[in-house]
Design a protein around this ligand. Sequence first.
Ligand code: PLP
Length: 339
Amino acid sequence: MTTAITLADIHAARRRIAGVAARTPLIPAPALSRVAGAEVHLKLENLQPTGAFKIRGAANKIARLVEERGSADAVTGVTTFSTGNHGRAVAHVARRFGVRAVICVSRGVPEVKLQAIRDLGAAIDVSPTQDEAEARCRRLAEEQGLVLVHPFDDPDVIAGQGTIGLELLEDLPEVDAVVVPLSGGGLLSGVALALKALRPGVRVIGVSMERGPVMYHSLRAGRPVTLPEEPTLADSLVGGIGLDNRYTFRLVRELADGVVLVSEEAIARAMAFMLREHGLVVEGGAATAVAALLEGKLEGTLEARAGSSAAPRRIAVVVTGRNVDVGRALAAMEPYLAP
Ligand SMILES: *Cc1c(COP(=O)(O)O)cnc(C)c1O
């Protein structure tokens, strides 16, 4: 094992975040099951109090910090850089603990996400791009003594996201494959660590958008790379993995059984599908995983391979978030809403 994050860390995270993050339901997805030719289930992280799974990692990191310092008063403050969902999670958890929060964002972050962060009483600092927001955040942390709550490349954050894996196994012990949206890789790393420790044969597949999939190209290059940021419906997946990535690049390389890409049109179709079939509004970043199934993109990664048995029959898809700009989401879905 080349990683320091253990199953025990993920169990500890689960105890720490209870009462802050929700224990979300897993529901059957009959229409998606028909398309996929497998039994598909949806893990509804869109039902988290902040509308996305990121509250798990943020809660674990900040709760542990407060634990270690003895009290919330001993924490000067926390800061992060975010495409919105992680910033909102950090603002939410910081408020619960009475800790000051400064959230660094890029201009691409939708106004609804900024408003939600403001409503939680956190300060917002805007930079032109996601990568510049990160640089700004690191400077603020140093100058003001704030603790950086990294959106993905932090063992406590990864362990927090890993609690999804524990819940999945409780609800679907026979799960064969799990499909997750992939950006910085904190989610995939945590979920795969938990699942593979308890059920080694399970496959974990990451899905990114065609527009700026940094982890995908980093894996191909064998090292972290940067890409220009492009506008995409999957706004919550935008941004780099850090050229100095410490944990998630290696973990995703070790643990992912495949990484696939989906187009903007496929993302819009998947958002419309979720509204039509489940009455759920999901954001583009979350819809990527559904899109991969709808488009048959997973076939190569799910097929039986040497040493493993039949193709997966029970698939869980992590529906990671619901935070959309309503007008923009409706406009994207519009062409695909009729059955
Ligand atoms: C952050 C995020 C992801 C990707 O998680 P990573 O840990 O960065 O790979 C997926 N979906 C949503 C909605 C997110 O906010």
